[in-house]
Design a protein around this ligand. Structure first.
Ligand code: SAH
Ligand code: SF4
Length: 360
């Protein structure tokens, strides 16, 4: 008989397994809640299911929590985790806390969707190693579950409120598992994270942007634009050679037509591209598009040769966009003291421990 990854299972999947094992139907909901709400890390914690039933269930369902290899805390409270998966691969995940006065606090987890990434953007540490494999839905949402579990040791009521798919990997190149993870995290009897509190970030996989709009109109979309002309973008984001800007913007228009949601356009600024021509080209490109621009001073990664622009350049860039009628925000700089940019910690850890790093 087949075995399944427990954290990837829907309540319906579990009902099916219970039926095949001749177990009571309500066991499925109990199990689902233990896994997706209480975030258990071992079968022995599941106290209201008898030992015999647990044994039967564990013969068909694998519970594989992530192993915490390293945890770093930034002075601003951001925590970065290095997790080891069951097959030994390493991924990164970040928790950012925002205390708020009016509404409830926001706790955002930035999840990885792949081990490595095939896209190979010029400034990204993850892309330097190529793609090793896709994560399963259980491994994607498992990052949220395990972090929830760790923090609950200090704060029993802790709940993750937001998820951004901005860790390692290109989420839209692992589309099925990402969508499954989103749907599972959205379950009321699970993590219960609202669709509008989840944001998928993409380097611009055009067919899947359109697919996402059609399949799931509530999830937020962030597009890693980084440059407003094909020549520059080909260099920074190689996905552009497959889906150039004209196609990408067409897909964005379709996304907003279907969903009515505004897109976040991410622009990482380096000493080279934080100039007037780029700002003006951006204004022209985004005219009439429902969205706003999030400026990110590039986090320098060894080996990329890219440097962070000075503050004056950044301000001038932001002002040019605003003058052109574009709404601009700055990515709050978080965790720079702990290398919170995607892929940096994993790379450092592997180099420091002499693990071999594959290339594309
Ligand atoms: N693959 C997806 C999501 C993961 S990367 C994507 O590219 O959108 C999440 C964001 O971090 C992207 O906007 C990416 O361009 C940005 N990023 C990666 N490395 C960075 C660095 N060193 N400095 C600043 N931003 C970086
Ligand atoms: Fe991949 Fe995103 Fe990094 Fe580009 S920025 S290499 S798409 S993870």
């Amino acid at each position: 008989m087949d075995t399944y990854d427990l954290r990837s299972c829907t309540e319906e999947d579990l009902r099916q397994v219970c039926q095949e094992l001749g177990l009571k139907r309500f066991r499925a909901l109990q199990l689902f809640q233990w896994v997706q709400q209480k975030a258990v890390r071992s079968w022995s914690e599941i106290s209201n299911i008898g030992k015999e039933d647990r044994l039967a269930l564990s013969s068909r369902l694998q519970l594989q929590p992530l192993e915490r290899v390293k945890e770093q805390r930034s002075v601003d409270g951001t925590r970065k985790y290095l997790f080891r998966l069951a097959d030994g691969e390493l991924i990164e995940c970040v928790l950012m806390d925002y205390a708020r006065e009016q509404s409830r606090d926001r706790h955002t987890v930035c999840v990885s969707t792949q081990v490595g990434c095939a896209v190979g953007c010029a400034f990204c540490a993850t892309g330097m190693e190529g793609l090793r494999r896709n994560l399963t839905a259980g491994e994607i949402l498992g990052q949220v579950l395990d972090i929830t579990r760790f923090i609950r040791q200090e704060d029993p009521d802790f709940q993750v409120t937001n998820v951004v798919f901005m860790g390692m990997g290109e989420p839209l190149l692992n589309y099925e598992q990402v969508l499954r993870a989103i749907s599972l995290m959205n379950q009321e009897r699970g993590l219960n994270i609202g669709m509008r509190r989840m944001t998928v970030s993409t380097s611009g996989v055009v067919p899947q942007i359109i697919q996402l709009a059609r399949d799931n109109s509530q999830v937020g979309l962030a597009v890693s634009l980084h440059a407003a002309d094909d020549e520059t973008r080909n260099r920074l984001v190689p996905m552009n050679r497959r889906y150039p800007l004209a196609q990408l913007m067409e897909a964005c228009r379709e996304y907003t037509t279907i969903t009515r949601r505004r897109i976040t356009f991410e622009v990482a600024l380096t000493a080279d591209n934080a100039n007037r021509e780029q700002a003006e080209a951006l204004v022209r490109l985004l005219k009439g598009q429902l969205g706003h621009v999030n400026l990110i001073p590039v986090n320098p990664v060894a080996g990329t040769g890219l440097e962070r622009p000075d503050l004056e350049k950044l301000k001038r860039f932001a002002h040019s966009l605003e003058a052109g009628g574009i709404s601009v925000s700055w990515r709050e700089e978080r965790g720079t003291d702990i290398n919170a940019a995607c892929g940096q910690l994993r790379r450092q850890w592997r180099v420091g421990n002499n693990e071999s790093i594959g290339t594309i």
